[in-house]
Design a protein around this ligand. Sequence first.
Ligand SMILES: Cc1cc2nc3c(=O)[nH]c(=O)nc-3n(C[C@H](O)[C@H](O)[C@H](O)COP(=O)(O)O)c2cc1C
Length: 184
Amino acid sequence: MSKTRIAVVVGSLRNESINRKLAIALAALGPQDFAFEHVEIGDLPLYNQDHDANPSEQVKRLKAHIAASQGLLFVTPEYNRSIPGVLKNAIDHASRPYGQSAWNGKPAGVIGASGGAIGTAMAQQHLRNVLAYLDVPTLGQPEAFLQYKEGFFEADGSVGEGGRKFLQGWMDAYVGWVKRHQPG
Ligand SMILES: Cc1cc2nc3c(=O)[nH]c(=O)nc-3n(C[C@H](O)[C@H](O)[C@H](O)COP(=O)(O)O)c2cc1C
């Protein structure tokens, strides 16, 4: 049986990114028939519309990855009350040329963690705005604004008991959302 492919876009390039760890921990809560595949965004050039007609190999790879997926999972930190530039850059790349967006219609989930009290809420709202324009149906509830604290992750990378139940509920809703948006 073929798996439902989820393109995981992490909005941080940092080696020790808590959001990448979160993305990995979340994938472990997904069902067996879902494959969570991380999208490389760190080597993309800065978006320049002049290159739309002749995109780089990295951009072609990005668009092919998104096109081959049946769902999207955005796991992002908040930078200055918005999404990191690297994430916006990747979104812009795969949205072009005009009329050839790779994002169109792919069901998405948005989640993120930061040390701040509102746990990426502002970044997620900004991201939802962008995704709405790109015609990406995005899971509305439950919202997940995660405040990172010492002990958030267990030594094996899983989320500690306190957060795990909540995240399992989030993942179950996300899986239902992705399934509901599959053609046929
Ligand atoms: C440029 C920059 C801006 C930041 N702005 C915010 C912010 O607006 N809100 C917030 O909660 N944390 C903010 N932070 C702190 C990040 O949440 C924290 O560095 C987090 O660990 C980043 O996620 P990562 O570990 O996945 O890289 C900012 C960090 C940086 C580097």
